[in-house]
Write a protein that binds this ligand. Structure first.
Ligand code: HEM
Length: 761
């Protein structure tokens, strides 16, 4: 006061009013102040200080109590909080984010919320009046109050009386809406007391509380946290309206909350997208494996928990007892066929309904991949298959035999040099062999990748057939969403590989054309097909289909893809089995020696066909380690499976034939992990149930290179076993653990074997 007096400071606050009152110059509601008497009251400094203290006492705790309970109610009633925030946002928006006195008065919902809080938690539980003049209560029983007698008005109890406020513990701001507040009985809602002696700071308290709420709720949300007292227990330790332990609440930025909402919504949408196919089988009562969002049943492969073959066996075993069952290839519902009869129906008898492979990589996304025979669809597949089939007849095999035997001899000669190294990485050497075989027999290109380790043909073949690491991820990507991969321009084959094969086919064809070279190989057949002069199965082949350079190059890439890795895989496993089963190796060598001896040491096409034990060994290797773990078919015409439960496949639906799992089913192959070529002896092979042994697939869409693969593998084995023994060395992987790093049927660390010269008796 002294400072203000001295410096003539005027502020519209209570100190100013008190100063005026002291001086007797207070303007305004004079009547109330001096009670209408002409005699002006005198106020000393203590009178002033007492009022100031009261303002603290009354304003300090009561308003903060109101704010605490309001915040608590809002945190525990997020719907009410959101509605209030909407009102606050709209109001602030109107005044460009500025809060005005008038704006606070217009906020009806804010008022309703604050009023309801004051009802449930009135900071003043009771108010009292002291009788100053004798007074008889105007009710029955009549009661006379004398001066100094005290009355209590039970504010809290009235506010919680269900006769006045139904369901009184419920926080319901609607009680104070314009429509409802008229129903509140007079003098039952008295948070600020009543009459002339009511709370003088009433408006002040409401204003400061509302301002605080507006400011906070415009930026934050109140949230329940672990320390938030629920339910509220008013303390028994004091007369104040508070709780023991404190009013703990969480605060979060509303922008963060919007972010959390957006994230939540995104997650929800993602989840719905990732699971939208999940009831595909259950709605039709088809047994199926429980899928995960997006990953379906592929998680064990994606996270490298199981190798691809073990994964296939796991699915197959989990559906034991059923002829077929649903599995999820990521998000694609796929029918796993377990029953050999059904496999026959789908792949042979009713083949026209299942003409295509699933082929996730389309022609548009990757022409050299999508246009390859394996991925071609419908009539285009039929046309190309007829075009290429003549290249794989037995007469063509016979023609190629000499070329391939040369490659086999070459391999033997090369291994001669490796013998001193004690251990040999068989996969690399066999792949170089299959590379040279395909280069010479299909394209007339003499390749010596054994002596030229950096041979371009071999390098390209390796790149194309690598389904591990990043390429496995890209392949997963195509399996999950081919459209997305295309949209993101993620290519499965690098442009250097694509350009190499395009140039190879183009240049080879140009040279042959130019020089009039005719060779009985695949390039020649493709050239004829391109010109429309192909002879042979004319009807199918020249069905009016036009083939361009990419169509040609695509088949070339496919021969690498299909032949390069599969046949070398077969050779690796065969060599490994022979090294670990020396008795079988010896017996096979006996057969080889006898056959070669008959023809004076020369290997002929016919001789290879007569080697029964060789065939048994190769067949048994293909049983235990089929390079193709699964094959698929895509339904092209609606088809109802002729079994119980009946299930109708629609165009686009995919089925899987679990080759590896069938080959390892003890019901079909007792003691399935045992390497036992006798299963394929003349006496025993008749016992193998049809459609349980399918290393080259089944039906018209089976492996076109079947004969070729067997021939090149057998030639290599004969060439090597006639000169060497395969031996186990310290680096030989025993037992064999198929890799978990991709789809390739191979082992981590390599197929290491020892080679030793044979000592012939
Ligand atoms: C041991 C070696 C091989 C194995 C185990 C093997 C296995 C398979 C399998 C299981 C299929 C799918 C069949 C189906 O869906 O029913 C297939 C398709 C195919 N294979 Fe082989 N394959 C081998 C070697 C070769 C070779 C050396 C070539 C070519 C020179 C080749 C060319 C093809 C082609 C072009 C297809 C696609 C056929 C089509 O869709 O019409 N394969 N192979």
């Amino acid at each position: 006061m002294a400072t203000r007096e001295e410096r003539r400071i005027v502020r519209p606050d209570m100190i100013h009013l008190l100063m005026q009152a002291k001086k007797g110059t207070l303007q305004g509601d004079e009547n109330a102040m001096n009670n209408g008497t002409s005699k002006k009251p005198k106020w000393d400094d203590d009178d002033m200080a007492a009022q100031v203290m009261l303002f603290f006492l009354a304003g300090f705790d009561a308003a903060s109590t109101l704010l605490c309970f309001t915040a608590h109610q809002l945190a525990t009633h997020p719907d009410i909080q959101s509605r209030l925030q909407e009102e606050i946002d709209t109001t602030l928006d109107k005044d460009r984010g500025k809060l005005t006195y008038e704006a606070v008065q217009t906020m009806k919902y804010l008022d309703m919320v604050v009023s309801e809080t004051l009802r449930i938690y009135p900071p003043a539980v009771l108010m009292d009046r002291r009788c100053v003049k004798t007074y008889m209560l105007p009710t029955d029983p009549r009661f006379t109050l004398k001066p100094r007698d005290v009355v209590w008005v039970p504010i809290y109890a009235l506010h919680h009386d269900p006769d006045y406020f139904p369901d009184p513990e419920k926080f319901d701001p609607e009680r104070f809406s314009d429509e409802n507040k008229g129903n509140i009985k007079n003098f039952t809602y008295l948070p600020f007391g009543s009459g002339p002696r009511n709370c003088i700071g009433n408006r002040f308290a409401l204003m400061e509380s509302k301002i605080a709420l507006v400011q906070l709720l415009s930026s934050f949300n109140f949230r329940v946290v672990s320390k938030t007292p629920i339910p509220i227990q008013i303390t028994k330790k004091a007369l104040t309206m508070t709780v023991d332990g404190g009013f703990w609440l969480g605060l979060e930025h509303r922008s963060l909350c919007t972010w959390a909402l957006v994230t939540g919504l995104t997650l929800l949408v993602t989840y719905l997208v990732g699971t939208w196919t999940h009831n595909h089988f259950t709605t039709q009562n088809v047994p199926s494996l429980k899928p995960l969002p997006f990953l379906g049943n592929m998680a064990p492969v994606v996270f490298r928990v199981l190798s691809f073959p073990d994964f296939a066996v796991d699915m197959y075993n989990r559906l034991k007892g059923y002829k077929y069952g649903g599995v999820f290839q990521f998000m694609y519902p796929t029918l796993l066929l377990r029953d050999p009869e059904l496999i026959k129906m789908v792949t042979v008898k009713d083949f026209e309904h299942f003409l295509d492979h699933q082929a996730p990589i389309s022609e548009e996304a990757e022409p050299l991949f999508g246009k390859a025979l394996f991925n071609l669809k419908g009539q285009r597949w039929k046309d190309m298959r007829s075009t290429l089939s003549p290249a794989f007849t037995s007469s063509k095999m016979r023609n190629m035999f000499v070329l391939i035997t040369e490659c086999g001899k070459h391999l033997g000669d090369f291994l001669e040099k490796c013998i001193k190294d004690k251990k040999v990485p068989m996969k690399d050497l066999f792949t170089r062999y299959t590379n040279d075989v395909i280069a010479t027999s299909a394209f007339g290109i003499g390749c010596d990748s054994l002596n030229n380790p950096k041979n371009e043909f071999y390098e390209m073949g390796k790149t194309v057939t690598n389904f591990r690491g990043v390429r496995a991820l890209i392949f997963f990507g195509y399996m999950m969403s081919p459209k997305l991969m295309k949209l993101l321009h993620i290519k499965f084959m690098s442009s250097s590989v694509v350009n190499f094969f395009r140039a190879l086919v183009h240049n080879t064809m140009a040279t042959r054309e130019e020089r009039g070279i005719v060779r009985p190989d695949m390039i020649h057949l493709l050239m004829q097909a391109k010109k429309g002069t192909l002879q042979g199965d004319e009807n199918a082949a020249t069905n009016g289909t036009k083939w361009d350079d990419d169509d040609m190059a695509a088949q070339v890439v496919l021969f690498f893809l299909a032949g390069f890795d599969t046949a070398s895989t077969l050779l690796c496993f065969a060599a490994h089995q022979l090294a670990t089963h020396p008795d079988i190796q010896s017996r096979l060598q006996e057969e080889i020696d006898m056959t070669l001896d008959k023809d004076g040491g020369k290997l002929t096409y016919e001789a290879v066909q007569t080697m029964k034990y060789l065939d048994m060994v190769v067949s048994e290797t293909l049983r235990i380690y089929p390079p193709a773990v699964l094959i698929d078919r895509r339904c092209v015409k609606t088809y109802t499976l002729p079994t119980e439960p009946r299930f109708t496949l629609k165009p686009g639906d995919v089925v899987w034939v679990p080759i590896y799992a069938l080959h390892h089913d003890p019901d079909y192959f007792p003691d399935p992990e045992k390497f036992d070529p006798e299963r394929f002896s003349d006496e025993n092979k008749g016992n193998i149930k049809n459609f349980t042994y399918l290393p080259f697939g089944s039906g018209p869409r089976n492996c076109i290179g079947n004969r070729f693969a067997l021939m090149e593998s057998k030639i290599a084995l004969v060439q090597l076993l006639s000169r060497f023994n395969f031996r186990v060395v310290s680096k030989t992987p025993i037992p064999i653990q198929i890799t978990k790093k991709g789809f390739n049927m191979t082992v981590d660390g390599g197929f290491w074997l020892g080679l030793e010269h044979r000592v012939k008796q």
